[in-house]
Design a binder for this molecule. Sequence first.
Ligand code: NAD
Length: 496
Amino acid sequence: MTLLPDAKLFIDGELRDATGGATFDVISPWTGEVVGKAADAAPEDVEAAIVAARKAFDETDWGSDENRQNRFELVKKYRELFEQNRERLAQLAIHEAGAAQGAVYRAHVNMALDGWDDYLAVFPKVEWEKDYGEKEAFGAIHKRVGVREPIGVVGAITPWNVPLYVNIGKVVAALLAGCTVILKPAPDTPGMGAIFGELAAQAGFPKGVINVVFGSDPAQAGEMLVTDPRVDLISFTGSTGVGKRIMEKGAATLKRVFLELGGKSAKIVCDDAPNFPMEVAMTMLVFHAGQGCAVQSRLLVPKSRYEEAKQILKGAYMHFGDNWGSAEDPEHIMGPVISKRQMERVKSYIDLGVEEGATLLHGGQIRTDKGGGYFVEPTVFVDVTNDMRIAQEEIFGPVLVVIPYEDDDDAVRIANESNYGLSGGVSSGDHERAMRIAKRVRTGSMSVNNGMCIAGDIPFGGYKASGMGREWGVEGIEEYTDMKMLAWPVGQVEAA
Ligand code: NAD
């Protein structure tokens, strides 16, 4: 049963089938059945997208200062078209990404469109020109001004977990900066990329400013973008392994690379947390089946309250029970994982946790009774040590690990003994104590007493193996620009 409209490529202002007409199936994570067809881009299609984006950048005034306001108005109009398609966006998130009804608007549609509005709101704060004052050199006084210019052609390579959010994070910022873009979504979620082409055509963007390509091969189109000298910047969100490869391959053309990668973020609950049971219970990793880069997948609990934490978690998971995994239930916040491959990967980590000697407190099974899709039970491991692979590697599924610590220093040590550094959290009744801990954790964001540090008007990004650069906020737009210095003499130095 096909539910979703065909996902077409968008190249040089035209919605197109792939050269040669190849397509691939879009599979529902809920049923394992085909829910749509997508054009399977051939290398010629990716080439055509690069040529179109290059031409639009080099031969039109798209990125000029004079066109800045016009760009802004067009991006606003584009936003309006997405607004009119809210329901379709929700259907794509449900059927392609496996979002549950109770999560789909919150995390997939609303948060993404709010982020777009935030970009529009912060756009006037971009510092397009910076006055560096005057300085004497070689007997003359020189006036210096820095001007920000769009970096050029952007290859935006995105993952499947929250595809609308990540696509907006890149495409909207690049367009506002004055770049031209080739969006390359993941093979699991082509429709959430294709809609960017369809609505760009309706909005009336000049030809070549936005292009969308995708294919069944996860790497082919992306590698072409990464290795092509006509692409100036790769903005990538995805796994750390692919991120490293992009950096390596991009080095041949000294391409700018902007990387948002994986995470294994720690939530530290202090012994004096005001509502200890709530702090522990809310870390249950169930929302969108734990498929979020910034999820707090390591729960750090003081040894003195470890047994209590186990009981709380046991109760919380029991209470959550079987209230997940239905595509129809509006209350459900957890559905399947994205694919069979991902389900098997998550299960192999669960088996590994048992082998490593951790205690499976709850869950751990694949649930075939929930349908033909890819359902893994909400799972929690206790008696975990930070050197276990389940504590070090990103599982990207509904698997929480709970690690005991001695004191604040020990908690910080454990949080930092990770290759990753994307997000995290700390809860304490003493705000100063929480702030001290938060500042010591080497990570791109840290929620203090459940403060919300992910929003479209503030920067987001990783330390260490979680990436480089920042998305969202003014910084997120500036990421797509470069700085040019201009200087001119304004007078002579008076002889003494
Ligand atoms: P992935 O790295 O497998 O794929 C991401 C994208 O890269 C896809 O579009 C894929 O087709 C493409 N790709 C794959 N191989 C490539 C290659 N050799 N060259 C160029 N492109 C290539 O990741 P995924 O499985 O789609 O997504 C899950 C990962 O994304 C997790 O690790 C998660 O933490 C991460 N993620 C990070 C953030 C963040 O903001 N830090 C947000 C969402 C997801």
